[in-house]
Design a protein around this ligand. Structure first.
Ligand code: NDP
Length: 498
C-alpha cells in the first residue's frame, strides 16, 4: 500500500504522480452518518476540499435507508433513547406513588404523541447535521454513491440523474443494516427500522434475538404496557457480556414483566385474523401484533461497486481495512460499521477523527480500541468497560480477583420496587490493576463513563479504594467494595456456551 507507507513515513503532503492530478475534491465521503460526517468535517477543518453524499430519508417511513445523521441519529441510538426515556417514565410514575404522589386519574400512554415528538426531534437533528457540514465548508449531495474507479464516484439522485466526481481520496462510511433470518413468513416481521416508526403501538410483541436491540426494545415496549415475549438462542441474552451481569439483566427483564424464552428459535410466522402467529422450535405458538427481528446487522457494501475497483471485502461483506482504516486500494478508505470492527457510534467517530488526522493533518493516527465503554439501554441499563470476568480469567497468567456489590438502590426502599443494582470489578491480583468494571442498575451508563477514564489511566483497585465516595449515591459502591467475592486461578478457566 504505497500511500499508507507515505503517510507512516510522516509526510501526508509529500507528492507523487497521483497527488498532482487535478481532482474535483481532496476527499469524497460516501455516507453521512456519524463516522462520515465527522471525517468530512475534520478533513475540511484541516484544509481539504470535501464532498459527501447520502440518500434522502422520509422521517416516518423506513423504506429508504438514508438521511444525514445516519443510523444513530435517524433510526438508531437517538430515537431508541427517546423511546427508552418514554418507557422508563411509566415505571417512575408507579414508583412515585409511595413518594406521596396521588395519581388519581387513570394514566394512559399515547404512543402516537411520543412518536410524533420523536420524529420532530429527528428532523431537527437531521437539519443540524446538514448545517454542521455546510458550516465546515463540506459540499453535500443527496443521492446514492457508487465507487466507479480508484478516484471517481457517481452520485445517483432520486430522479435518476447521475453526477460524476473525482477525488484524491474516497472514504466509504455507509454503515450497516438489519439482517433477517431465513424463516418462513419473514416478510411479516419488522426490524428496528420499522419499530421506531410503528403507526400503532404493539400491545403484543414477539422479539427474536438476544443482543442489544432485542433487549432494548423488549424493555421499551414492556415499559409502555405491551406483553413482550423475547426469544433467544443461548441460555442468557447478551452473549459476549460478563455472564454474571447477563444473568442480572435476564432477572431484571423478567422482574419487569418480559417473558424470556431461552434457547428457543422461531420457525415460522403466519398472518391470521387474530394477529401474527409465531411457531417456535419447542412446538409452542404465540400470537402477536408485531414480530421483530433483532438478529444482528450486516455491512452496507453490496451496492457500492467496491470489489470491481479492487477493494477487498471479507465474507460478511465488511470492507477490509488496516489499522489506519486504509482499504486494499491506496486512494480508498473505510470507517464505521461497514468495516465491522466495533460497531458503535463513538467508535465510528473515533475512526473518522483518526482518518482525518492521518490523511489531512499529516499525523498518522490509529484508532485505540482499548477500554471502550458501552451500554445496553435496557430498563434498568447495563454498562461495562474493560474485560468481563471470563475474559480476564482467560487472559490472565495469575489470579483474578472479583469484587461484586448487590444492593437495593435507595430509591427502591421507599418506592417498594423489588430490583437490585449489581456492580462488579475484575482485578489482576498481582498488579492490582482494575481490568474490567460493570454495572446493571439505574444510571449505569452515566456512572461508567467516568470509570472508563479511570481504567484508561490504568487505575489500581487501591486507587479506587482511596477515592472518596459521593454520598448517598449508587456510584460510591465502586469505591467501597472492600472484600473479595472470589479469587479465580488461571487454571480454573471457565469456558461456557451460555
Ligand atoms: P447483536 O449482534 O447485538 O445480537 C444479535 C442477536 O441475534 C444475538 O442474540 C444472536 O444470537 C441473534 N441471532 C443472530 N442470528 C440469528 C438467527 N438466525 N436466529 C436467531 N437468533 C439470531 O445485534 P443487534 O441486532 O442487537 O445489534 C446490532 C449491533 O448494533 C450491535 O452489535 C451493536 O454493535 C449495535 N448496537 C448498539 C447499541 C448500543 O450501543 N446501546 C444499541 C443497539 C445496537 P447468538 O448470541 O446466539 O448468536
Amino acid at each position: 500500500m504505497a500511500s499508507r507507507k507515505m503517510l507512516i513515513d510522516g509526510d501526508a503532503n509529500q507528492t507523487n504522480e497521483n497527488d498532482q492530478a487535478d481532482y474535483d475534491f481532496d476527499l469524497f465521503v460516501i455516507g453521512a452518518g456519524s463516522g462520515g460526517v465527522r471525517a468530512a468535517r475534520f478533513s475540511a477543518n484541516f484544509g481539504a476540499k470535501v464532498g459527501i453524499c447520502e440518500l434522502p430519508f422520509h422521517p416516518i417511513s423506513s423504506e429508504v435507508i438514508g438521511g444525514v445523521g445516519g443510523t444513530c441519529v435517524i433510526r438508531g441510538c437517538v430515537p431508541k433513547k427517546i423511546l427508552v426515556y418514554g418507557a422508563t417514565l411509566g415505571g417512575e410514575i408507579e414508583d412515585a406513588r409511595n413518594y406521596g404522589w396521588e395519581l388519581n386519574e387513570k394514566i394512559d400512554f399515547n404512543w402516537k404523541k411520543l412518536l410524533h415528538k420523536k420524529t420532530e426531534e429527528i428532523v431537527r437533528l437531521n437539519g443540524i447535521y446538514k448545517r454542521l457540514l455546510s458550516g465546515a465548508g463540506v459540499k453535500f449531495f443527496e443521492g446514492e454513491g457508487k465507487v466507479v474507479g480508484p478516484n471517481e464516484v457517481h452520485v445517483i439522485q432520486t430522479d435518476g440523474t447521475k453526477l460524476s466526481y473525482t477525488a484524491k481520496h474516497i472514504l466509504v462510511a455507509t454503515g450497516s443494516r438489519a439482517q433477517r433470518p431465513n424463516i418462513p413468513g419473514k416478510e411479516l416481521a419488522i426490524t428496528s427500522d420499522e419499530a421506531l416508526s410503528l403507526e400503532e403501538f404493539p400491545k403484543r410483541a414477539v422479539i427474536l434475538g438476544g443482543g442489544y436491540i432485542a433487549v432494548e426494545f423488549a424493555s421499551i415496549w414492556c415499559g409502555m404496557g405491551a406483553t413482550v415475549d423475547l426469544f433467544f438462542r443461548k441460555e442468557l441474552p447478551l452473549r459476549g457480556f460478563d455472564n454474571e451481569m447477563r444473568a442480572v439483566v435476564a432477572r431484571n427483564l423478567e422482574g419487569r414483566g418480559i417473558n424470556l424464552h431461552a434457547q428457543t428459535n422461531l420457525t415460522e410466522i403466519v398472518k391470521t385474523d387474530g394477529g401474527l402467529k409465531v411457531y417456535t422450535d419447542h412446538g409452542e405458538e404465540f400470537v402477536a401484533d408485531v414480530v421483530m427481528f433483532a438478529t444482528g446487522r450486516i455491512p452496507n457494501s453490496s451496492r457500492l461497486n467496491l470489489e470491481a475497483v479492487g477493494v477487498e471485502l471479507d465474507k460478511s461483506g465488511a470492507v477490509k481495512v488496516d489499522e489506519y482504516s486504509h482499504t486494499s486500494v491506496p486512494s480508498i478508505w473505510a470507517i464505521g460499521d461497514v468495516t465491522n470492527r466495533m460497531n458503535l457510534t463513538p467508535v465510528a467517530l473515533m475512526e473518522g477523527t483518526c482518518f482525518a488526522k492521518t490523511v489531512f493533518e499529516g499525523k498518522p493516527t490509529k484508532p485505540d480500541y482499548s477500554h471502550i465503554p458501552c451500554a445496553v439501554f435496557s430498563i434498568p441499563p447495563l454498562s461495562i468497560v474493560g474485560l468481563s470476568e471470563e475474559q480476564a480469567v482467560d487472559q490472565a497468567n495469575g489470579d483474578t480477583l472479583v469484587f461484586t456489590s448487590t444492593f437495593n438502590p435507595m430509591k427502591n426502599t421507599i418506592s417498594g420496587r423489588q430490583e437490585k443494582s449489581v456492580m462488579k470489578l475484575v482485578v489482576d491480583a498481582e498488579t492490582d490493576k482494575v481490568l474490567g468494571a460493570s454495572m446493571c442498575g439505574p444510571d449505569a451508563p452515566e456512572i461508567m463513563q467516568g470509570i472508563a477514564i479511570a481504567l484508561k489511566c490504568g487505575a489500581t483497585k487501591a486507587q479506587f479504594d482511596s477515592t472518596v465516595g459521593i454520598h448517598p449515591s449508587a456510584a460510591e459502591e465502586f469505591v467501597t467494595m472492600r472484600s473479595v467475592t472470589r479469587r479465580v486461578a488461571p487454571a480454573k478457566k471457565v469456558r461456557t456456551n451460555l
